[in-house]
Design a protein around this ligand. Structure first.
Ligand code: ZN
Length: 65
């Protein structure tokens, strides 16, 4: 299966980034999160992936630790 491409905004430098979401993880868990370093400013972004009420995929990006 192909990975899903998603746009997020870095919470540190506000650059729009393309990230890839593994569809295997998506089907395995109701929601999951992980840390990905920003491609621009290298700060740790906490990425939360979950489904909304309509079953759509939602991606949230917050400042990681
Ligand atoms: Zn950044």
């Amino acid at each position: 299966m192909d990975q899903l491409e998603h746009n997020i905004t870095c919470p540190f430098c506000w650059q729009v980034l393309d990230i890839l979401i593994d569809p295997y993880q998506e089907s395995e868990f109701e929601h999951f999160d992980y840390i990905e370093d920003c491609q621009v400013c290298c700060n740790p972004i906490s990425i939360l992936v979950f489904h909304d009420a309509d079953g759509g995929l939602q991606v949230k990006a917050e400042q990681g630790q």
